[in-house]
Ligand binder design. Structure first.
Ligand code: F6R
Length: 345
């Protein structure tokens, strides 16, 4: 295959029309924010717990980074059967499962209910929709893969918090949608490398080990890149965060010959801490330059939401194009389905 991917090649491999779903991301962000949502008449929460797994949990991570920058209440993401002992009636809980049937999420939801938390359930159906209070349920459209519904995992939650007066998001949504629409032209299949950063990255990633690094604000985005590479492209990948990685991972970058088989992507943010920015340069000089390739992807926009989502969507497209280069249909995740069946049996 030449250093480009044609729409005809994509059509042959992308049997489940993943590309159309990816291209609709800006519209999904808007639609998800405008979904009917419960109006909660409860005092402002002391903290927020997002219960979920995999593609349904990542919205919680994004919320946590967004809220931290905006100096709002603490947001914890619970990827477990059990919830922490300090969670109680002053915690606002979002129990999120696209299918509504994920066993860890249902178990943690049940514990939160017994603790007297205010709970909003978010799902496209399943047991969570049946178990939850209908008045505090957010019904998602059906027919997507959970990870493709990431906008639906985040935006209605922002809406609920906006309505409660916990944190305003209104002004940020327009900016994020506009930025994403602009970005779609650069990363969609109508633009070929080198002008298309996502497609170029797919060629870099091919037959190498993708390594995604960033500062703390973009940590959920780096995780999303890794999990999308895992699930869409079906490849192993890894992510880590500065400054912490300078205290361990750096040693391996300086010494391990495996470095030469890695593609490093640095997710950069306009508001990253100046010391993190300095560390990016130094860590590159002392370690990452031993990788096969080092690339940078920069956030776009001013608001936290635009910056998070513009960095996220480049990874979604890069993982999609890598799937195309590997001849893999990005949507199915058969082994996850098999594991869930065997667990249930
Ligand atoms: C599949 C995916 C998975 C699921 C996870 C939890 O696209 O991304 O990580 O999100 O297995 O299932 P749900 O989201 O239905 O609770």
């Amino acid at each position: 295959m030449a250093n480009s991917i044609s729409v005809d090649e994509i059509k042959k491999i992308d049997q489940s029309n993943t590309l159309d779903v990816l291209l609709s991301f800006p519209d999904m962000v808007r639609k998800a924010y405008d979904l009917p949502r419960p109006q909660l008449r409860v005092p402002k929460p002391e903290n927020i717990l997002v219960i979920g797994m995999g593609g349904s949990a990542i919205g919680g991570d994004l919320l946590s980074a967004w809220m931290l920058e905006k100096k709002g209440p603490q947001v914890l993401v619970n990827r477990d059967y059990d919830i922490p002992s300090y969670i109680g009636p002053k915690t606002l809980v979002f129990a999120v499962s696209y299918s509504g049937n994920t066993e860890e999420t249902l178990s943690a939801y049940e514990q939160a209910r017994k603790r007297g938390c205010t709970i909003v359930t978010v799902s496209s159906g399943g047991k969570l929709a049946e178990m939850g209070d209908k008045k505090t349920h957010i019904a998602l459209p059906k027919g997507l893969q959970p990870r493709a519904a990431v906008a639906y995992m985040l935006m209605p939650v922002l809406g609920v918090l906006q309505d409660m007066g916990v944190m305003s998001s209104k002004g940020e949504v327009d900016e994020a949608v506009e930025m994403l629409k602009g970005l779609m032209r650069d990363i969609g299949p109508g633009t070929q490398p080198p002008a298309n950063p996502a497609m170029s990255l797919a060629f870099d990633f091919k037959d190498t080990f993708p390594m995604i690094f960033c500062g703390p604000f973009l940590a959920p985005v780096a995780k999303r890149w890794r999990t999308q590479l895992n699930e869409n492209a079906k490849v192993l990948a890894r992510e880590d965060v500065l400054p912490e990685l300078d205290h361990n991972d750096l040693v391996a970058w300086a010494e391990d010959p495996m470095a030469a088989r890695c593609t490093v992507v640095l997710l950069r943010d306009s508001l990253e801490h100046p010391r993190v920015a300095k560390r990016m340069g130094l860590t590159r000089k002392l370690g990452w330059d031993r990788a096969k390739v080092v690339r940078e992807v920069h956030t776009k926009g001013k608001g936290a939401l635009a910056r998070l989502l513009t960095a996220l969507v480049v990874g979604d497209f890069a993982s999609f194009y890598l799937a195309m280069l590997r001849g893999a249909d990005p949507t199915p995740v058969q082994v996850i389905e098999r594991l869930k069946k065997e667990l249930a049996g």
